[in-house]
Design a protein around this ligand. Structure first.
Ligand code: SF4
Length: 242
């Protein structure tokens, strides 16, 4: 799995349109900012995940958006494994825990994320971020394991937040993601459904890109424009994208 930060991960994007590229760059900008703020909060509070713990992934209710599943969908298309993953998520019909969670074969509650660098926003936020109370105050959202294992640090963190310590605030980050693409970034879906839709969308875009490139080549050979010029000011020699 290549780094989520490296834009080279999106080689397939050369076949996608400029709007997609803009959205995905924006998404990784949000992730970079969040990861930096989360690391600062963890350092200041002393809170951290129990080694090897996978309990928050072992949950059938994780939701995310199609946009946030696009990076992993692109990665899977690049590796030519998208078809197998599509079969898998289609057979689940959107149900069950995230398909990318790999439970430890012998230790209950232990496991790992197999797409960690490309994981969506909720997986980056959960455990070390805050929701906003009715009065607009940040309230730490973390898991039972952290509360039990690190009860002292947890209590201190609550006091620090009460006193104004900085913590990533969930709605700030989710609204940034939604703002990148209202259709694909705002709607929350079960994670496996969001993955299926992202895989289908990327596959369709790749196919359309390839078809357009082919028709352009054929038209050039015949000495004709790929798309006939329309009359009036709305006409263009070629489509803007693909
Ligand atoms: S994407 Fe990774 S971190 Fe998120 S639920 Fe799936 S396995 Fe867990």
């Amino acid at each position: 799995m290549r780094s989520s930060i490296d834009p080279a991960v999106f080689g397939v994007l050369n076949r996608l349109n400029s709007q997609d590229k803009k959205c995905l760059s924006g998404l990784f900008r949000v992730y970079r900012d969040l990861d930096k703020k989360t690391a600062a909060f963890q350092k200041a509070s002393g809170l951290g995940c129990r080694k090897g713990c996978g309990q928050c992934c072992d949950n059938p209710d994780v939701e995310t958006s199609i946009l946030e599943m696009m990076p992993v969908a692109i990665d899977l298309w690049q590796k030519n494994t998208a078809g197998a993953w599509l079969d898998k998520v289609e057979s689940l019909n959107g149900r069950g825990r995230c398909v990318f969670y790999e439970p430890h074969p012998f230790s209950a509650g232990q496991g790992r994320c197999t797409i960690y660098p490309l994981r969506p926003l909720i997986c980056r936020l959960f455990g070390f971020s805050a929701r906003l109370s009715k009065t607009g105050k940040p309230v730490l959202v973390t898991c039972r394991v952290i509360k039990t294992d690190q009860s002292g640090q947890y209590t201190d963190a609550l006091k620090q937040i009460e006193g104004g310590a900085k913590i990533p605030v969930m709605p700030h980050f989710s609204s940034q993601v939604a703002g990148l693409n209202l259709m694909d970034g705002a709607r929350q879906l079960p994670i496996n459904t969001a993955l299926r839709l992202a895989l289908e969308r990327v596959g369709l875009k790749i196919r359309l890109g390839a078809l357009y490139a082919k028709s352009k080549l054929q038209s050039r050979r015949r000495g004709r424009p790929a798309v006939p010029k329309l009359s009036g000011s709305a006409g263009r020699d070629t489509p803007e994208e693909f």
